[in-house]
Write a protein that binds this ligand. Structure first.
Ligand SMILES: Cc1cc2nc3c(=O)[nH]c(=O)nc-3n(C[C@H](O)[C@H](O)[C@H](O)COP(=O)(O)OP(=O)(O)OC[C@H]3O[C@@H](n4cnc5c(N)ncnc54)[C@H](O)[C@@H]3O)c2cc1C
Length: 472
């Protein structure tokens, strides 16, 4: 990028919001996805819609790329810079603009941290359910762009189930407003749902209207230990089949349990092959009745112990421990590749076995945990990117896992998005006509392909070449 473009960008955003030293660019050259990294040409913290619009117009004129970024916790490489790009960091857009207690909505800027919104609405005895493990750092904008899920997805769904409206600056600099406080709206194409999960490829999200719901007053949190992994998977299937919908049903395997215990020291049983963390919530006594039914199912499926959290504080400790699974595993080896294979819930026992098989077959170590109730597993390979052979083996193991997930009717990502990391698998789940349609939509909105190009799919061979280069 030549200096005259940089000067124009600096003039547009203000010099205090423009960074281009090597050290600063390095800090924004990666996200939480291992292995991929690329230096951007500059990093910009836009202050208002006008600046974003001007930057996008300039990108079209001068043919450079723009990569939107929230907190950079993404696990599929969505916020990683591409060739000849500037990164637009949205974390300073962190205001909760309104909590509307009559309509049960919250209007937020995209840089609001998910956990901060949850705490704010709780002041009104309300609830914003999506709770990614990263919720104390990740942003609502990143959640919307990736359609993030979380521990409570089983009962409450994922981010898309809470997005009512979006404001977004399109690649040509125009402001798009879609959706609103109406609970029903059948006017025209549903652009709102189409934007959710578009991974920063269609526009820069500047405002989000979210649905919030009444806070459940009662909950029971249960922990069950298993000596056999297959028993834990069978218990999950039986709970689902019993027509009880817990708000949380999390699976943690032995490797992950041990890493968590090393990290948080809360007395988890290191010898157990698997742990299930289950929570039921709601109003009235039905919550306690459901908890009893679940405990019976766990016992029937050979749980070696079933415990109930004594109070909210103990429940919070257990949930925080589960949320630390990725960080705990990451302490074991220099490179932690966490994936997101998802299968129909009934196929979970088979998928868990396939992850174990992948580790044995390709000689790599996996920790496995995830949102069992959603059929969403996070097989996590503990490896070292300096060892080329081991990384090659890890990639082959993941290829095996994704192919097996697809064979079981599953998908390559339940909540982390496709980004750079999984685009090579997309055709297997979206099909050639599906990808073709996505490309046509992308090019009709962004004809110069300046916004986060090469993510999800490649439009040009150059993008393909870039993706290969960036994995080196
Ligand atoms: C420890 C850990 C635990 C995690 N647990 C979960 C989990 O349980 N569930 C889950 O779903 N994910 C999880 N993740 C992944 C990650 O936190 C989510 O994908 C999250 O939604 C990313 O938010 P972010 O603000 O960090 O976005 P970033 O990583 O910065 O960006 C993600 C994508 O959003 C786009 N984007 C960001 N802001 C905007 C904007 N304003 N306009 C347009 N596009 C934008 C970016 O271009 C990129 O494509 C976890 C990650 C970590 C590190």
């Amino acid at each position: 990028m030549n200096s005259s473009i940089k000067t124009k960008l600096k003039n547009t955003a203000g010099s205090k919001n423009f960074l281009d030293s090597e050290e600063d660019r390095l800090c924004y050259s990666y996200d939480a996805t291992p292995i991929f990294r690329t230096l951007p040409e500059a990093v910009i913290f836009p202050e208002n819609e006008f600046q974003i619009s001007e930057i996008l117009k300039l990108a079209n004129e001068e043919k450079f790329n723009v990569v939107p970024r929230g907190a950079g916790t993404g696990l599929s490489g969505g916020a990683i810079p591409v060739e000849n790009s500037v990164v637009l960091v949205m974390t300073r857009w962190n205001k909760i603009l309104e909590v509307d207690t009559n309509n049960l909505t919250a209007l937020v800027q995209p840089g609001v941290v998910t956990g901060d919104l949850q705490k704010e609405v709780e002041k009104f005895d309300l609830f914003y359910p999506p709770d990614p493990g990263s919720m104390n750092v990740c942003t609502i904008g990143g959640n919307v762009a990736n359609n993030a899920g979380g521990l409570r997805g089983l009962k409450y769904g994922v981010t898309k189930n809470y997005v009512l409206g979006i404001e977004m600056i399109l690649p040509d600099g125009e402001l798009l407003k879609t959706g609103g406080k109406n609970m029903k709206d059948a006017a025209g194409y549903n652009l709102r749902d189409f934007i959710v999960g578009s991974e920063g490829t269609l526009g820069i999200i500047t405002k989000i209207l979210l649905k919030i719901i009444p806070r459940p007053s009662n909950f029971v949190t249960i922990l069950a230990y298993f000596d056999k992994l297959s028993d834990s998977a069978k218990a999950v299937s039986e709970i689902i089949a019993s027509h009880i919908v817990p708000c949380m049903m999390e699976f943690i395997d032995k490797t992950t349990v041990n890493c968590i215990e090393d990290f948080v020291h809360i007395g988890l049983p290191r010898h157990s092959e698997a742990i299930l963390l289950i929570e039921v919530d709601g109003r009235g006594n039905i919550v306690y009745e459901d908890a009893e039914t679940i405990k019976n199912i766990l016992a029937k499926n050979n749980a070696s112990a079933v415990k109930t959290a004594a109070d909210a504080d103990e429940a919070l400790v257990l949930k925080t421990a589960r949320r630390s699974a990725f960080s705990a595993l990451a302490r074991r080896r220099p490179t932690t590749i966490l994936e997101d294979a998802t299968v129909p819930r009934s196929e979970l026992p088979v998928m868990i076995e396939k992850v174990t098989e992948a580790g044995q077959k390709f000689g790599v170590t996996f920790g496995n945990f995830g949102h069992a109730g959603d059929g969403n597993l996070h097989p996590t390979c503990l490896t070292d990117e300096r060892d080329k052979q081991e990384i090659e083996n890890a990639h082959r193991a993941f290829d095996f896992i994704f192919n097996e997930a697809i064979k079981l009717g599953g998908t390559i990502t339940g909540e982390h998005g496709t980004g750079l990391a999984k685009k090579k698998f997309l055709e297997k789940v979206a099909g050639a006509p599906g990808i073709e349609m996505m490309k046509k939509i992308k090019l009709s909105i962004d004809p110069n392909n300046i916004l986060n190009p090469g993510k999800i799919f490649s439009i040009s061979p150059k993008c393909e070449e870039y993706a290969v280069k960036s994995t080196k």
